[in-house]
Structure formats: structure tokens, C-alpha cells
Design a binder for this molecule. Structure first.
Ligand code: MN
Length: 718
């Protein structure tokens, strides 16, 4: 890596770095990008005072180590041009093609994210956001290399800026590199960040490490030598490597296990690379023969590869002195795959796209990955769960304070509001996305800044149920709507109670209602009123509970008995339910053996059923004069859905001295609702005056008399 750290990488240098692994590279285009980038950044300086362009070139060089394709290298050269220079998307697209322009644009979007993460959970969301925003993983590869170079040169920055960048690197970029399968990059990023965040901790690790080395001598040299000897004896052709772990990973293990700095297995790692799969097992046998295997530490990911395709044997062995070391055994090819990670999809070996088990359609590969994004971050558990597909059904948006909120795709500002807090959702009256007012049904996109506008005393609309997509929002909205309904029902119940009590010359006092509630076994007065308002119980039942003797019982209506003229002596009559004839309307009777006469309106459709039984027809008419308000009729009413409308309507009905005996909601739209109101009336004139009164009311959108002539039956006398 040292070569790429140098500041003066010429176009020739870069081209030769690329051609080393990709002889078919488009040299002209890479040179053109180099010249274009240098020209664009002309005059700009880094914090260190160097020409700015030294940075993109260094990033490109880092990517050549991962043997990436031309588009990625060119993107690295241009990654800061759209953001920081006069270069435009169109121009980059024209000069270097749509693919490069799209990649540069993707990097720019990531650069523009405000990464003020403070919590672990937030960091996790940021990492997911990165994934979700990068439709092409090469965007992340460039961004990671960009961050790596910035971290390598962080000394030039102001101390506060250093700390902030180091925090981001630790929280977001290093784990991301691990997830992308680039273990080396993860370790280097961690170590660079550790250097800034905890220089004392790092220094003490190194000090103790040096002390340990002094005590034990060159452990790596000794152990690799021993291992080579054993493998030779067993006739296994293999390379053995040993390395000391990075200070940060040692420090972290010590933190996790609260262990002292003594275990070699926490400090050194060994790797045996064989020529064939079979040799892996032979090597394992040789190692286990010479050193004792530590129980429970053996894992065979060769016969059982990880979900991401990672293959290797892991074992921990302990020597005579009881010191433990970790050993990984794999073929060189398995090793390549493991080291390159996701970069393998775009990398070249000897001029051809690398052939490895992962070199499949990246999208396919990604879908195969484990969903365990939160999986334990075992040091070697790389490539775990880089599942872009998993995030394609999610969007990540920012609060004005920069917190990330995770939502399902298709989510709207309403979902966002409820995701923050139910209180905010309930009080929501509007939203701004990226500082622009938007309708509440707007679908949110990744990385957008969402601000919810709230107002006191606001309540959710029924339409929101169609707009919200999250379960949380929907159930909160439903609950709020139910509460609103309840308030409405209580009000209506009060009106119904008042009218029922007045009917018998009593007052529906709070005390009377509380008594009724107790008798009817409801929780309290309000509960009773809500049930009355929602027609679960009738006013008559409430009245009966308080004044059993005063309640008019069916059949007690004296005048009503004699209301119809034309019956035979002793013949009783009932009003047909289908047409609900009212005094004053033209009527006809149909006789039923043993049941008296059913009275229909002369225009009732049901009468056609008796057309050929004329002997059953009876000429009838209503008595003239004043009838009691006991004749049921049904009104089909459509009301504006404003708070208080229904209460006002019921009051109006009461004022015309009609009684409401029941209510039935038949349709509920966001702006309107339609319901059937059963009223008890004196006669048809009473009906007409009531309908005129209601029609005059501005909240009544439509009103008509409702007759269900398709159903027969008899009207139960009110
Ligand atoms: Mn940059």
C-alpha cells in the first residue's frame, strides 16, 4: 500500500497500476479522466497544502489494489468534481459515459449526507442508508477508499474535525468495509480512527505488545516455522502466514472479555493456504497432531460454507506452554474470495473478470446473503449480510435534527410523523420535504429531510388510513378515529337520552343517567351514552332502567289502536316494515289468517305479491286528527363529516318533537358519512316538515326517505 500513499502519482503511474491486472483497460479514457479531474480541481488545495487532485488520484490508486474495473477507477478520479468544481453531471456523462456519471453522482450523494451519528442504533441506520442509496456497490467501494485516504491524511485537519471524522469512520465506514468483505480495509480504518479517538489506549497496547514480544521472542517466526515443519512432514504443500492483529482489534477484544493482555490468540492469527481442498483437511490433521485442539473452537466452513459463500477451516490450538493460537486453513482461491469481498465482482485477474464462486450476478449474490446485518461481528465473519435487496424495500429519511428514521418503501410523511412519536402523528397538519411543503400522500425517498408541521388540537383524518403504510401509523390513526367517534357518540347519546326522558316528562339528569348506567351494568355514564349514541342500546332501555313504570310499552298507545278506519270488528293491524306508512298517506290492508291486517302504503312494491289474491285486500284509511309521534319512518341522510354535525342534527330532530329510535351508519367516507336515522313521527306532514328542516341545514348534503321495499315484514309499533 505504500506506493499508493505517495502524492505524486502521474497518469502514467496510474495506467501502469491498472494494466498490471487489466491489460485490456481503456488507457485513453483513464488518461482523459486524469486530465479532466486535474483541470477541474486546478488551484484547489487540501488541508495539507498539497494540490487537491492528489486526493482523487490516491483514491483511484487504492482502488487499483482491489483490481477494480475502469469505471470504478475513473469514478475515483472524478468523485469530487460534481460536488466541488464546476463540472456537471451532464458533462461527466458526455465525456465518460452514463455509467461513470451515475457512479460519481452516487458518491456525491453519499458525501452530502450529514452523518451526525451519536448512537449505535443511528450508526446502524446510517450504514443501511448507505447501502440503500448506493444502487451500485461500486459507489460504496469508492466512498470507502475515499474515506481511507482521508483517514490516512487526517493529521492535516483541525483536531475537532479529526475527532468527528474518526468517530464516523469507527461507527459507519469501518463496519461497512467489513460488511463489504474487505477485512483489511476495515482493520486499517479502525486503526486510523483508534489513533485519533484513543491515542493513549493505542499506545498502551503497542507498549505491552512490544514487552510481550521481548519476553516471548518473535512468536510469529517461531510458530510459522513449526507449522511449516509439520506440514512438510505430512507432505502437504502449503504457505503459512502469521500476523499480529491490529491494536484496535486487540483493544476491543480486551474490552469485550475484560481480559488481560496475555492470550496469544487475541494477538496473533495464523493462516495456512493450500493448493487443494483435500490438502486443507490434511493440513488440519497435521496441525492437530502436533498441537492440542481447543474444544469448541473448530469450525468447518469448507464443507459447510457460510451463507455468503465464505469457505475456510477455523481452529484454535494450544501448545505445551498452554498458549493458544488461532489458525485458518483454506485454499488460495478461497482466500482470494474472502479477501476481495464484494469488490471481486468488478475486479480483474489477468485481464479477465475474476473467476470465483462469488463472481456471479451481484444482485443474485446479494440476495443470497444472510439477513443478519446485526450479526455478531466476529472478526472473521466478513461478507455477512451485505444484502442490498433487503434494503430495497426500505427508505431512510432524516429528521431536522439529523436523526435517521427507517421506513418501509412507499412510506409517507404521515408514517414518518408517527414513527417519531404518536403525539406528532396525531397533531400533524402538513409536512416539508427538503424544506418544501408537500402533500401528506407524498412518497418519501432515501436521504430526504422531513419536517412535520403540527398544530394543537388537531386530529387524524379517516383518509390517512389510505395514506399511511406502517402498522404503527395505521393503528394509531384507527385508535384516534375511534376516540373521535366515541366523543361523537357520547354527544349523540346525551341527545337521545334527553329526548327519551322528555317524552315521558322527565329530565335525563347526570344522576338519572348514572343510575341507568349502574342498572344496565355499564362502567359509567359516559359509557352508557356512547352505547346509546352508537345504537347499541335504545333510549327506551335507558328510560326503563330508571323509570320502569313510566316507559310506554308496546300496544299501550291508545290512539294508535284506533288510527286506521276500515277494519272489521276485532281485527288488529300492524304497519308494514317495507313501506312504513304514516298517517295521512294512502293505505291498503292485506289480511293474514290469525295475524290480522298488515297495512301497506298504496304505492308499496310488495303489494304486487298479492295481485291475484284480491280477497285479502282491505280498503283502509287513517283517522284524521292528531296522532301521537309513534310511527316509525327511516331517513337516509348524508352529512358533512365535521365534528358536531351529528349532534346538531339530532338536536334539530328533537326540536321538531320527533324521536330518534335508532341510528345506523351505512357508509363512512373521509368527508361525508351516510346514515339511516329511524324517527318516530306523528304523520306524513310531520315527516315533510322534518325533512324540510333538515334539508335547510348546511351540514346535510342529502336527505331522502328510506323505504326498504324489497323486504317484507311488519313494522314493530314504536
Ligand atoms: Mn474525496
Amino acid at each position: 500500500m505504500t506506493t499508493t500513499d505517495q502524492m505524486d502519482i502521474t497518469a502514467d503511474d496510474l495506467v501502469s497500476l491498472v494494466t498490471k491486472y487489466n491489460p485490456k483497460t481503456n488507457e485513453t479514457l483513464i488518461r482523459a479522466a486524469y486530465d479532466y479531474g486535474r483541470a477541474m480541481h486546478e488551484g484547489q488545495k487540501r488541508h495539507s497544502g498539497e494540490p487537491y487532485f492528489s486526493h482523487p488520484v490516491a483514491v483511484a490508486a487504492i482502488l487499483t489494489e482491489q483490481q477494480l474495473d475502469d469505471a470504478t477507477i475513473i469514478t475515483a478520479l472524478l468523485h469530487d468534481t460534481i460536488e466541488d468544481t464546476k463540472a456537471s453531471y451532464m458533462e461527466v456523462a458526455e465525456l465518460f459515459g452514463d455509467e461513470v456519471a451515475m457512479l460519481v453522482d452516487g458518491v456525491t450523494k453519499l458525501t452530502n449526507l450529514q452523518l451526525n451519528s451519536t448512537e449505535t442504533k443511528q450508526a446502524e441506520n446510517f450504514r443501511k442508508l448507505f447501502m440503500a442509496m448506493s444502487k451500485d456497490l461500486r459507489v460504496i467501494l469508492v466512498k470507502l477508499s475515499d474515506r481511507l485516504h482521508n483517514m490516512r491524511t487526517i493529521k492535516a485537519m483541525r483536531p475537532e474535525k479529526q475527532a468527528q471524522k474518526a468517530r464516523e469512520t469507527m461507527d459507519i465506514f469501518a463496519p461497512l468495509a467489513g460488511r463489504m468483505g474487505m477485512q483489511w480495509m476495515r482493520e486499517e480504518l479502525e486503526d486510523l480512527a483508534f489513533r485519533v479517538l484513543n491515542p493513549e489506549g493505542r499506545a498502551s497496547i503497542i507498549r505491552r505488545f512490544i514487552n510481550l514480544q521481548r519476553e516471548t521472542g518473535d512468536v510469529i517466526q517461531r510458530i510459522t516455522g513449526d507449522m511449516r515443519l509439520e506440514l512438510d512432514k505430512a507432505g502437504v504443500e502449503a504457505d503459512v502466514f502469521g500476523r499480529a492483529k491490529k491494536p484496535y482489534s486487540i483493544w476491543r477484544k480486551m474490552q469485550e472479555k475484560e481480559q488481560t493482555f496475555s492470550r496469544l490468540s487475541d494477538i496473533y492469527g495464523f493462516r495456512i493456504l493450500t493448493r487443494s481442498e483435500e490438502d486443507c483437511y490434511r493440513a488440519l490433521g497435521a496441525i492437530h497432531q502436533r498441537w492440542r485442539a481447543v474444544p469448541g473452537r473448530f469450525k468447518d466452513y469448507i464443507s459447510q460454507p457460510k451463507s455468503n459463500g465464505y469457505r475456510s477451516i477455523h481452529t484454535t490450538v494450544s501448545g505445551r506452554d498452554g498458549k493458544r493460537v488461532e489458525v485458518q486453513i483454506r485454499t488460495s482461491q478461497m482466500h482470494d474470495v474472502a479477501e476481495t469481498g464484494v469488490a471481486a465482482h468488478w475486479s480483474y485477474r489477468d485481464g479477465v473478470r475474476s473467476q470465483n464462486p462469488f463472481a456471479v450476478d451481484p444482485a443474485k449474490w446479494i440476495t443470497q446473503l444472510s439477513e443478519q446485518f446485526d450479526a455478531e461481528e466476529d472478526h472473521e465473519d466478513f461478507l455477512e449480510a451485505v444484502k442490498l435487496e433487503m434494503y430495497s424495500d426500505q427508505v431512510f429519511c432524516f429528521t431536522p435534527k439529523g436523526e435517521v428514521v427507517k421506513l418501509p418503501r412507499g412510506a409517507t410523511p404521515i408514517d414518518f410523523a408517527f414513527a417519531i412519536h404518536t403525539r406528532i402523528g396525531i397533531a400533524c397538519v402538513g409536512a416539508k420535504v427538503d424544506h418544501m411543503r408537500v402533500p401528506l400522500w407524498t412518497r418519501l425517498k432515501n436521504g430526504q429531510n422531513v419536517e412535520i408541521i403540527t398544530a394543537e388540537g388537531q386530529s387524524p383524518q379517516a383518509t390517512w388510513l389510505d395514506i399511511a403504510t406502517t402498522g404503527k401509523a395505521r393503528s394509531a390513526i384507527r385508535r384516534a378515529l375511534r376516540d373521535q367517534d366515541r366523543a361523537r357518540f357520547v354527544k349523540l347519546g346525551r341527545e337521545l337520552a334527553r329526548s327519551a326522558f322528555e317524552h315521558v316528562g322527565r329530565k335525563a339528569t347526570d344522576k338519572a343517567l348514572a343510575t341507568a348506567a349502574r342498572h344496565l351494568r355499564f362502567e359509567n355514564r359516559e359509557d352508557l351514552l356512547a352505547r346509546l349514541g352508537s345504537a347499541e342500546i335504545t333510549g327506551r332501555e335507558v328510560l326503563q332502567a330508571v323509570y320502569p313504570d313510566l316507559t310506554p310499552k308496546p300496544g299501550e298507545k291508545v290512539d294508535a289502536h284506533r288510527a286506521v278506519i276500515g277494519l272489521d270488528a276485532g281485527q288488529s293491524f300492524e304497519r308494514a316494515f317495507c313501506c312504513q306508512p304514516l298517517p295521512g298517506e294512502r293505505i291498503v290492508g292485506i289480511t293474514f289468517r290469525g295475524r290480522g291486517v298488515v297495512v301497506h302504503a298504496i304505492d308499496c312494491d310488495r303489494l304486487s305479491a298479492y295481485e291475484d289474491q284480491l280477497d285479502r285486500w282491505l280498503d283502509l284509511r287513517w283517522h284524521e286528527g292528531s296522532h301521537p309521534a309513534v310511527y316509525g319512518a327511516t331517513l337516509d341522510v348524508t352529512l358533512n363529516n365535521d365534528s358536531g354535525t351529528l349532534g346538531r342534527i339530532c338536536t334539530l330532530i328533537g326540536e321538531t318533537s320527533a324521536n330518534i329510535s335508532d341510528l345506523q351508519f351505512i357508509d363512512r367516507k373521509p368527508d361525508f358519512y351516510r346514515l339511516l336515522i329511524y324517527v318516530e313521527l306523528r304523520d306524513v306532514a310531520h315527516l315533510h316538515s322534518l325533512m324540510l328542516t333538515l334539508e335547510a341545514e348546511s351540514d346535510v348534503a342529502e336527505i331522502s326517505r328510506y323505504r326498504n321495499m324489497s323486504h317484507g315484514g311488519v313494522e314493530t309499533p314504536a
